[in-house]
Write a protein that binds this ligand. Sequence first.
Ligand code: AMP
Ligand code: MG
Length: 331
Amino acid sequence: MSDERAERIADFIEPLRVKPGSRVHLGRDFDPRFKAGLKKRDGVELLRTGVSLLAEYQDRLAAQDTYGVLLCLQAIDAGGKDGTIRHVMSGVNPQGVKVSSFKVPSAEELDHDYLWRYACRLPTRGEIAIFNRSHYEEVLVVRVHPENLARQRLPEESSGPDVWDRRYREINRWERYLTDNGFKVLKIFLNLSEEEQRARFLKRIDRPEKNWKFSAADVLERRRWDDYQDAFSAMLSATSTKWAPWYVVPADRKWFARICAAAVLVHTLMDIDPQYPDVGDEARQALLATRRDLEREAPAGAPADPYSESASRRHGKKKHGKKKHRKHKRG
Ligand code: AMP
Ligand code: MG
C-alpha cells in the first residue's frame, strides 16, 4: 500500500473528524450537503476503490487475528445507516463481519447495566463489528425521552441530573479499555438535514417497497428535531477522543456519505496495518517436506502438482476432461 494513498485518505477524512475537547454545535459546524467538490460520477469509482481496499485489509485483519474493529453508526431516522452498511461492506467476506442492530431494549436487557447488551455484541479478534445504532442511544433517545431512563430502574443515587455527564465518562473509559486491549473503536455520525429527512420520509410513503421502513412514530420523533440536534452536539463534544474519534459524515447525498464511511474504515485498518502471519523457517521447512510427500502420492498418470505452472499449461488442452464427465452423466 502506498503511503501516498494512505495520506490522501487521511486528508480526505480530516475535516470530518471531531477534534477531542472541541465544543460541537452541529448546525453551525457541519454542513450536511458538503461533498468536497466531488461529483456523483467520481463517487462510483472512489467507492469501488474503497470497497476493494476494505476487502484486502479485512482479509489481513482476520489472518493476523490480533486486532478487532468496532464501527458505531448513529443517525437520525432516514439518515442512511442501512444503505451505508450495505454498500460499504459489499465486497467484504461475510465471515469476518458481524452487524448488530439495536432497538428498544428487551426486558432481559433492561435487567442489566446499560452497556451490557452492547458488550455482548463486540467484535472478536480479527473481526469487524458494526453497530447499527449503538451504546450512544443511551445518551440520545434515552436523553430526549426520559421515560426510557425510568425503565432502566437505576437506583436513586445514580439517576440524578449528572447521569449524562457520567455516561459520557463511562463510555469514554469503556472505549479506552477496548482500545487498550486491541479493539479499535470508531464512530460515524451521519449528519442529515431536516429538509432531506422530510424528502426521504415522503419517498418512504410513496414507494410501497419502502413503506415498511416508515412508522408514524418517526414523524413524532421529527417533531423533536432540535432536542435531538442538541443531544447529538453534546454527545459529539463529550465523546470524541483521541482513541475513539467521532466522524461527522455529510449525509444529504447518499453516494458521498458512503465514500466517507468507507474512507473512515479504510483509514482505521491502514493504521492497524495487519500483516499475514509469517510461520517462520522451521515450520516452512516442515511444510515443504509435507509438500514432497503429497507429490509422491500422485496417482499414475496424474501430474505431481496439478496447479503447478507446467501442469496448468497442459490443462489448457485438457478441456475434454469436462466433456467426458457430462457424457458419463447422460449415459
Ligand atoms: P429502527 O432503527 O428504525 O429499527 O428503530 C429502532 C428504535 O429503537 C428507534 O426508535 C430507537 O430510538 C429505539 N432504540 C434504540 N436503542 C434504544 C434504547 N437504548 N432505548 C430506547 N429506545 C431505543
Ligand atoms: Mg426507523
